[in-house]
Every structure is written in structure tokens, then in C-alpha cells.
Design a protein around this ligand. Structure first.
Ligand SMILES: [Fe+2]
Length: 264
């Protein structure tokens, strides 16, 4: 039997699996014992899609092509590819009307996230703080980072996949409780970041976006990308900030009166 009673305590005689490779059921020798798992304190991440017209896509692509000609590989932050972030005004793409088809619906989606998902106060002023684009060729990655820090002011961030192939370039969010979980009993393969498809994922959660998808997340949430596949990947990142109109008062009001699309 896998369970032995020693000095009043019960101990698993084997490590997780029986000789046939099945999970050890530590309750099977006892009557009236059952257990269910509740995963508490989730972090809300929303996804959706904004599809440009052919003309909107073309005009934005032509504009970005001009910026890629100026950019240098690996020159920006944790990027191995090209980024407009290093260029003058390259973090202010929202100022160009060529992106209005993206920035306006994205602002609506973030307001929806703000009010209906994280349920923050309603009397706020929200604006786009920064917006830049990264281009990945095959094998390029973005290293681990977040969009908030001690001197920044971004609250909600999103990434939009202007161009993306089916393989590679997935975004991976890091469990913000990682250091806490490391103080607790854990699956022995906790440190393998390549565990996908089965078992617990304590450390990273992978999202597999398609072209024209967006992903909204709290700016503090660390993330990185997997190496890009063979097709070019252009990701447009946006940071949003929201501030109460009167910090001393609050109107949390009724929820769900936005006319825009909800996160899905
Ligand atoms: Fe990012």
C-alpha cells in the first residue's frame, strides 16, 4: 500500500505514482474523506479581436515599414528583434490617425475591462500612455518584463497581434505568486518552464493568440514570449492609465452600461 502510518502520521511510501504509473489516491484507505481543489485569487486576462479593413491594414503596414527601416535589432528593452520603442516618437504611435481603427476600439475594450472585469470605480479619466510595435523574425523573443514600475504610471496594458503566424511567438504570463509558491510543497517539475499540456502550471500561463487578436492584462503582470516561428510577427503594445476624477470620493455605480464589446 502506498500509505503507511508512522508515529501517528501518514506518509506516502512512493512519490506520487503507483507501480503502474497512476496517481496515488491518498484517500482510498479511509471512509468519508473527499477533497476538491479551488484555485483562488486568479488574475484577469482578457482576449478579443479587432479586424482592420484591407486599406487600414495596408496604411498601417506602410507606416510601420518606414519605422522598421530606422530600427536596429535588439536595441530596445528585452527585444531581440526590431522595436519602434527605441525611435523618437516610436512609443507614441497612438498619435498617428493611421492607427485609429485600433486605438479607439482598444480604448473601449480596456474601459470594459476596467469597469466590468476588475470592477474599478467609474468616475475616472483614462488615456493611452504609450504605444509601440515590435517586429519578430524566426527565433526572436521578448524577455521577461512588465509594463509597470516604480516610476511608471501604466495600469492596464494590451498587446495586439497585427501580424502573426500559427507557430511560435506565444505570450507567457508569469505567476505573480511564484515566490510564495516556492515556499510551499510543489510538483517536483515546478522549475521546468516547458511543461505544457498536462499537470499544474504554477509558473507560466501561455496564451496562443492569432492574427488580429488582442490580450488585455494588468500592467504589473510579468510576461515574455516564446521564440517566434517562421512567419513575421508584429505585435503592437499599448499602455493605459486611469485616474479618479476626485480621489477623495468614488462612484462605483451600476456595472455593465458600456455599449462597447465585452472582453471575451
Ligand atoms: Fe510586454
Amino acid at each position: 500500500m502506498p500509505i503507511d502510518k508512522i508515529d501517528g502520521g501518514y506518509y506516502a511510501a512512493q512519490q506520487g505514482l503507483d507501480p503502474k504509473g497512476n496517481r496515488i489516491d491518498v484517500h482510498r484507505n479511509f471512509h468519508g474523506v473527499s477533497m476538491e481543489t479551488i484555485n483562488v485569487f486568479p488574475t484577469p486576462v482578457c482576449t478579443g479581436q479587432i479586424v482592420p479593413t484591407d486599406q487600414q491594414y495596408h496604411e498601417a503596414n506602410v507606416f510601420l515599414d518606414g519605422l522598421w527601416d530606422e530600427a536596429k535589432r535588439g536595441a530596445w528593452a528585452a527585444e531581440t528583434g526590431l522595436s519602434t520603442g527605441e525611435l523618437e516618437h516610436g512609443q507614441e504611435l497612438y498619435e498617428n490617425p493611421v492607427f485609429d481603427w485600433l486605438t479607439m476600439p482598444m480604448l473601449t475594450a480596456v474601459k470594459d475591462y476596467w469597469i466590468n472585469v476588475v470592477k474599478y470605480r467609474r468616475d475616472y479619466h483614462m488615456y493611452i500612455d504609450s504605444m509601440w510595435a515590435n517586429l519578430h523574425d524566426e527565433g526572436d523573443t521578448t524577455g521577461e518584463h512588465s509594463h509597470a514600475n516604480g516610476w511608471g504610471k501604466s495600469h492596464v496594458s494590451c498587446v495586439y497581434y497585427f501580424t502573426k503566424g500559427l507557430e511560435g511567438g506565444e505570450i507567457c504570463f508569469k505567476n505573480p505568486l511564484e515566490y510564495i509558491h516556492r515556499l510551499c510543497p510543489l510538483d517536483e517539475c515546478y522549475d521546468s518552464v516547458d511543461r505544457h499540456g498536462s499537470g499544474p502550471m504554477y509558473d507560466w500561463h501561455e496564451v496562443q493568440p492569432r492574427q488580429f487578436d488582442y490580450v488585455i492584462f494588468p500592467s504589473w503582470l510579468p510576461h515574455k514570449t516564446r521564440p517566434n516561428g517562421p512567419e513575421e510577427r508584429i505585435a503592437i503594445s499599448m499602455n493605459f492609465s486611469g485616474f479618479p476624477l476626485d480621489p477623495t470620493e468614488g462612484d462605483f455605480g451600476e456595472l455593465d452600461d458600456l455599449e462597447g464589446e465585452h472582453c471575451s
